[in-house]
Design a protein. Structure first.
Length: 504
């Protein structure tokens, strides 16, 4: 039986139980056509306009394997330090599902293309945790159901459902971890870090954009608890289709608390799928989870086995890009930043924009300063990612160059960035339109300095008397008079010279 009870605290749950996780990540590959037919995978088309007899499962249609999909699967497997099968087959996974038109999914069962790998993930404090990979296998995506008439957008309470088969057949790679044990109280953090690192790896390989908010990458979170001191796993739940890094972390934390409450209250955990709710971070029951035998797997009779040659596999291995963690460590050394600062840059999604800004001519310090400062603030306020801001790395590099050559100070540079983000043009156009160049003409500055000295005689006398720190007030007066467009260091130099004071 299942006993309903309030959640226990996360700390109390971890005092009695050890969490065991299994993370299944589905990645939509960025191929031009579907996994077993020539239909387009492009987004935004009219519903059911990108279908054919094969992806609709009509009688007499025959599938053909997408070669790019196979290559992508091998590259992912290699990047995850997996063994690549010399021979593997597709299988039919049979179950009724409204948005799977064939009533079976073409997948891989006992013969995945990649297996026995690992991914090292670095946590925020610098600790490295190894997540072992059970398998990575090829399959196809389902269609999309839209439930209409209910309050939640789910099938329960809906009056009817709409089906769009455009997505049915899009190539997927499912990456399945081995049971993750030993995570302890850091289980939610490790789950989040693993999915984040996997997303960076997928993007580095160029096989998918892996945009979780668009469903191109989604995670099923399996979780169970075992009593302290036990080595027997508990019954697991599977929270389906979690589609953000924060949600992965929250789903693990919630399920730890829920499992502990049920077990502590004398109940038993039901092996089931569950839905995650973004609004409050909770999960609710979906359906009882099938075992493998319930799917009646059998070899796909219409597809020949896949047998990657060893020579081809080694060619692909030699062509792998620098892996994300290796790249981050290299950049951290090149930029001279701490591990904590590099983690902040990673969390902000700023690595690629900073690299591109440096490649456009900025020095590393300036590139980091603008992306992690003014631009990060703007992204946060607008609810966008850094890469989603309407400013290019080349434009940021130009702002940095204008500051470096004295044309702008930091205050004016922030106004230039504001103008670019507002769609007023490139940095030079914004400078011209808003009249933002630094006032460097000595005649104009000299007049402003004289006015400041005359209007603040008492402060001027203090400076002449040796209280040089008081010069800041006169500098401020000049900056105000020039609307912040003067070079503060140059202003200070002029004030001291006019007052006959040498800074010592």
């Amino acid at each position: 039986m299942t006993v309903t009870t309030d959640l226990v605290s996360y700390e109390d749950a971890l005092a009695s139980y050890d969490p065991v996780m299994g993370l299944e990540v589905h990645v939509e590959l960025g191929t031009r056509t579907k996994m077993f037919c020539g239909c387009s995978t492009g987004l935004g088309a009219e519903p059911n306009s990108q279908t054919c007899p094969t992806c609709l499962g009509l009688p007499g249609s025959l599938p053909v394997v997408n070669a790019v999909g196979v290559e992508s699967a091998v590259r992912i497997g290699l990047a995850l330090h997996c063994e690549i099968a010399e021979w593997c087959r597709f299988a039919r996974k049979n179950y009724f599902y409204p948005d799977m038109p064939k009533n079976f999914q073409t997948s891989q069962y006992d013969e995945p293309i990649a297996f026995n790998g690992y991914l090292d993930v670095q946590l925020e404090d610098g600790e490295v945790f190894r997540v072992e990979i059970e398998r990575a296998h090829m399959e196809e995506d389902t269609g999309k159901s839209t439930h209409v008439g209910g309050a939640t957008g789910r099938i329960h309470g809906a009056s009817h459902s709409l089906l769009d088969y455009n997505r049915a057949g899009i190539p997927l790679i499912e990456i399945v971890t081995k049971p993750v044990v030993g995570a302890g109280d850091r289980a939610p953090e490790i789950a989040k870090a693993y999915v984040a690192e996997l997303r960076e790896l997928i993007r580095a390989l160029g096989v998918s954009e892996a945009r979780m908010e668009m469903g191109q990458m989604r995670c099923d979170v399996n979780l169970s608890l075992m009593p302290k001191g036990s080595e027997t796993f508990g019954t697991r739940s599977e929270t389906k289709n979690v589609n953000s890094l924060r949600s992965v972390e929250r789903a693990v934390r919630f399920e730890v608390r829920r499992h502990a409450a049920v077990l502590g209250g004398g109940g038993t955990i039901v092996q089931e799928t569950r839905h995650f709710h973004e609004d409050d971070g909770s999960t609710t029951s979906g359906r009882v989870k099938e075992e493998a035998e319930d799917y009646r797997y059998f070899p796909e009779p219409d597809l020949v086995p896949v047998a990657p040659s060893r020579e081809w596999v080694e060619e692909l291995r030699a062509g792998l890009p620098e892996l994300p963690r290796v790249r981050r460590n290299r950049l951290r050394e090149e930029w001279g930043v701490s591990g904590h600062d590099m983690q902040s840059i990673l969390n902000a999604g700023a690595i690629d924009p900073i690299v591109a800004t440096i490649e456009a001519g900025a020095d590393p310090l300036s590139a980091r300063k603008w992306w992690m400062g003014e631009l990060a603030r703007s992204a946060n306020e607008s609810g966008r990612s850094l890469e989603g801001l309407p400013i290019t790395p080349e434009q940021v590099a130009r702002v940095a160059a204008l500051v470096a050559d004295g044309s702008l100070n930091d205050k004016l540079a922030r106004q230039v960035i504001e103008g670019v983000l507002a769609g007023e043009g490139d940095p030079d156009a914004v400078v011209e339109k808003r009249g933002l160049k630094v006032v460097s003409d000595e005649g104009a500055l000299g007049a402003a300095v004289d006015e400041a000295i005359a209007g603040n005689a008492a402060i001027a006398d203090k400076i002449r008397g040796g209280k040089v720190a008081a010069v800041g007030a006169l500098v401020g007066a000049v900056m105000k008079a020039t609307r912040g467009q003067a070079d503060a260091a140059r202003v200070k130099e002029l004030i001291l010279r006019k007052l006959g004071v040498t800074e010592g």
